[in-house]
Design a protein around this ligand. Structure first.
Ligand code: TNX
Length: 531
């Protein structure tokens, strides 16, 4: 080719691949989250019927990654890419000794190679690789066209090891299928934890075999009085396995001692006893006061379908409460291979401060005795935390600082920026706004370290985007509130602040929007972005 033609091609932002088909350079791809470094070389790798995936290295999980890649490529291209033992041209290579989530992608006209220290790192690389293909790769039906991956190199590694999403299945129940769908989406954004808020005042959503009324009674309803639901232990195990196939770890949450009305409606004995009014009873004679009420079991609470919070509490002074917690933590831990157990601990407004501290400290020990590490909402830092317990910063910086002073890490989920149930603006048809209105740029333009003087990088356990479902009733609502903001939080969790830039993100999210359109995700078309 003549030199002048090359210059023309470069000026158009186009290079010519060895297969003589136009492909825009690798550095122009709208990656999301943004990788650490991308460099282009000329040409591209054409995905065609010669493609085959070769796995290099010993790990049972490696095959899963290869199969995932083949499955994602098949529908749109029509290619059934085989997994082969040798001389494949798409190579997934485990490199022992390398960091688990760091990956490298090398693309030339005759080969694509992803290498990483672990299968989870290769899976992250596969997500990146899929983004190098045209958006039509997302189609579930065959699309005519050329499937060319631009040549070059990508080196990438996450900023935080814990990149999470939280889904509240208590206020409104979400089916196994709906949760799986959410898992599919967060995996593409390189999130690796899904925190399930399994219990709250309005519903208990996980079967506990030793306390069956939790779901028989406490699982019946949801916010607004509609029918609730719950996961059987088999359902939950299915979700855990489904998530694990995409290298996502489930973190179960049992919120306590507040936010427990559903449990209190199921079992009377968990309710606090009757409190005598304050006053001087010394002059009273036995005949004037019914001492029997002191021995009476309290009544079960009524099921609750409103959205106000902070009115319920377990009886923190009764042994039965701790027997109960032990059973719940034991059964749920046995179904949870991941290392974390979330104990809630937020907004226990009717638990006395000392009782709250006593409860949290005891519950942490129970969690530890079942081999798990506790995570709790930021208020837990008012108690003495066990080493390793993580405090999830959602509201009060001073609580985050209390955790840090104790030598514990914080999981960063500030309601002002990271709560996906906050409305975009005053016209948003669903959602709340007690913390803020959060437009897409506000969800993007903050940093876990530099936005908080009391928090350093070393104090941070990770970043998580919660979605609470008081006003979110189904998959369409969930998608409308979560997308596109969840991609903003995913990028904050993945990429260092130096790599992040709103204008650049706005362009990339628009390209991502095309993929969501094809996948049928009903996201919010923020006016801050040219879609
Ligand atoms: C506060 S965040 C809560 C939740 C609500 C949420 C609504 C937190 C730890 N507690 O119970 O669902 O606000 O945005």
């Amino acid at each position: 080719m003549k030199k002048s033609l090359w210059i023309l091609a470069l000026a158009l932002g186009v290079t010519v691949s060895s297969c003589q088909k136009a492909v825009s350079p690798l550095t122009e791809v709208s990656f999301l989250p943004i990788p650490l470094s991308v460099s282009s070389s000329s040409g591209g790798f054409e995905l065609d019927s010669d493609a085959s995936i070769q796995l290099v290295g010993a790990s049972g999980d490696l095959k899963k990654v290869g199969e995932y890649l083949a499955q994602k490529i098949q529908p749109a291209t029509g290619l059934e890419i085989p997994i082969v033992a040798e001389s494949g041209n798409i190579i997934l290579e485990l490199k022992t000794g390398e960091p688990a989530e760091k990956y490298l992608i090398d693309i030339s006209s005759d080969q694509v190679k992803i290498s990483s220290g672990s299968a989870s790192g290769l899976f992250l690389g596969v997500q990146t690789l899929l983004q190098t293909l045209p958006a039509e790769i997302e189609s579930t039906e065959k699309v005519a066209g050329d499937w060319i991956i631009p040549s070059g190199t990508i080196v990438d590694e996450p900023e935080y090891a814990y990149r999470g999403a939280m889904l509240d299945v208590a206020r409104h129940f979400f089916s196994v299928e709906e949760v799986k769908h959410y898992i599919d989406e967060i995996a593409r954004l390189k999130m690796n934890y899904l925190h399930l808020h399994l219990t709250d005042d309005q519903g208990w959503r996980i079967e506990i075999k030793s306390w069956p009324k939790l779901t028989e009674i406490g699982g019946q309803t949801e916010v607004g009085g509609t029918e609730g639901g719950f996961y059987t232990q088999e359902d939950y195990a299915e979700l855990v396995a489904y998530a694990a196939d995409q290298f996502i770890t489930i973190v179960p949450e049992i919120d306590m001692p507040g936010h427990t009305n559903a449990a209190l409606a199921s079992y009377a004995e968990l309710n606090p006893g009757v409190n005598l009014p304050d006053g001087d009873f010394s002059t009273m004679t036995e005949g004037k006061i019914d001492f029997d009420i002191l021995d009476k079991e309290p009544e079960p609470a009524e099921l609750y379908t409103g959205i106000e919070v902070g009115f319920s509490t377990f009886a923190t002074d009764k042994e039965i409460t701790y027997e109960f917690v032990d059973d719940v933590v034991r059964e749920l831990s046995a179904l949870t291979p991941g290392p974390y157990f979330h104990i809630g601990g937020d907004e226990s407004h009717v638990t006395e401060k000392d009782d709250y501290i006593f409860f949290i400290e005891r519950v942490q020990e129970i969690v530890k005795s079942h081999g798990k590490t506790s995570i709790g909402w930021d208020e837990i830092a008012t108690a003495e935390l066990l080493p390793g317990t993580v405090s999830q910063f959602w509201a009060k910086e001073e609580n985050a600082e209390l955790a840090i002073e104790q030598g514990n890490q914080v999981l960063i989920s500030p309601a002002k920026y990271a709560y996906l149930d906050m409305q975009y603006d005053s016209t948003t048809r669903i959602g709340l706004h007690w913390a803020a209105y959060i437009e897409l740029d506000a969800a993007y333009d903050w940093d876990p370290v530099s936005s908080y003087p009391g928090i350093t990088k070393a104090d941070i356990f990770g970043v998580e985007a919660p979605i609470w479902t008081e006003t979110i009733t189904d998959r369409a609502d969930l998608e409308y509130m979560a997308f596109p903001r969840i991609a903003a939080i995913a990028e904050i969790a993945w990429a260092p602040e130096s790599k992040r830039n709103w204008d650049d993100f706005a362009k990339r999210i628009s390209a991502q929007g095309k993929r969501w359109d094809i996948r049928g995700i009903g996201y919010y078309k923020s006016p801050k972005v040219e879609w």
